[in-house]
Write a protein that binds this ligand. Structure first.
Ligand code: NAP
Length: 317
């Protein structure tokens, strides 16, 4: 039986299934392992079921025991793993696409609604019972007729586009490559980020974190937005230069932000906290029972498939 290190606690049904397939080293206290501890615990293991909280950089990967053949990441994003370093060591890296698309898109829409309709201020006022209805109380931005710019029209971006269209938003997008018209479903393609941002009343960041996208939203690119635009990020914190975005909020270049993900999570730049117009969530994208169950099952399937066939359909390196 193959031995698998599972770095984070999973839902019980998933851990029960894992036990039927592999010898498992579970993390019942859900402790956040240091890189040193993760290396120690992976001794005599054949694979690791990792999470986005594990920083599997080049140094860590190079120190893993030779017996490790697969890193099955419990996420669609794999910015936490140096996939090239893994490839050099002949370690397969897999992810969990598709199964989390709907849940994450729901949070993407919540960020847009929350930021545009001033939900953070509204919740604060309601809880303090110190609000008074008036014709101009907490007036926000209506979505109907507003242009939504999607940076990264992939699985999650497309689902957000579909819901946003039903809310009356007009969809624009930027990818490195243009989609075929049937996949665009009426959205307007922009070959450049500048082109997309200049028409984005609301920006929804949906692309992966990669060497190319780190700090893609920065002081220079934020200037492309129309004045008073809204910026939302359901993808990864690394894509945004926080200081630049906070400065844009300070200057009212940006009207509001809706954020689910942060650089250096769980800490977020304190500059966001001084802005009432920041609608912030603690990385809830895939957090539904159905989705977390399906993600863990897929991460388990990826390991099972890999040891049975030597590869996996969700291998990313
Ligand atoms: P996907 O289907 O692979 O879509 C990614 C899209 O981004 C593609 O359309 C891709 O198009 C575009 N893209 C990639 N690199 C780009 C670049 N340099 N410039 C512009 N566009 C670029 O991925 P997905 O399943 O939608 O997931 C997207 C990301 O969401 C994940 O990587 C993950 O980080 C994040 N996520 C967050 C949560 C959460 O809890 N908040 C949950 C799930 C996923 P081209 O290749 O044509 O450029």
């Amino acid at each position: 039986m193959k031995k698998i290190l599972v770095t984070r606690r999973l839902l019980k049904s998933n851990e029960d299934r894992l036990k039927t397939l592999f010898e498992v080293n579970l993390n019942s206290n859900d402790e956040l392992y240091s890189q040193k501890k993760l290396i120690e615990l992976s001794k005599n293991c054949d694979g690791i079921l990792s999470a986005l909280t594990d920083k599997l950089d080049k140094d860590t990967i190079n120190k893993l025991p030779k017996s490790i053949k697969i890193l099955s990441n419990f996420a669609v994003g794999f910015g936490n793993i140096d996939i090239e370093a893994a490839k050099q060591r002949d370690i397969a890296v897999t992810n969990t696409p598709e199964v989390l698309t709907d849940a994450t898109a729901e949070i993407g829409i919540l960020l847009i609604l929350g930021a545009c309709r001033r939900a953070a201020e509204g919740i604060e006022g309601a809880k303090a019972s110190n609000w008074k209805w008036s014709a101009d109380y907490l007036i926000g931005k209506q979505l109907t007729g507003t242009r939504l710019g999607i940076l990264g029209m992939g699985r999650i971006g497309k689902k957000i586009a579909k819901i946003a269209k039903s809310l009356g938003m007009i969809i624009h997008y930027h990818n490195r490559s243009k989609l075929s018209p049937d996949k665009e479903e009426g959205a307007t393609y922009h070959e450049t980020l500048k082109g997309l941002m200049s028409v984005s009343d609301v920006l929804s960041i949906c692309c992966p974190a990669s060497k190319e996208t780190v700090n893609l939203i920065n002081a220079e690119t934020l200037e492309y937005l129309p004045k008073g635009a809204v910026v939302t990020n359901v993808a990864r914190g690394d894509i945004v230069d926080d200081e630049a975005l906070i400065d844009a909020l300070d200057r009212r270049k940006v009207y509001a932000v809706g954020l689910d993900v942060y650089k250096g999570e769980p800490n977020l730049n304190p500059g966001y906290l001084k802005h009432k117009s920041a609608f912030i969530l603690p990385h809830l994208g895939s957090a539904t029972k159905e989705t977390r169950t399906a993600m863990a099952n897929l991460a388990i399937d990826n390991i099972d498939e890999f040891f049975k066939t030597g590869t996996s359909k969700n291998k990313v390196n």
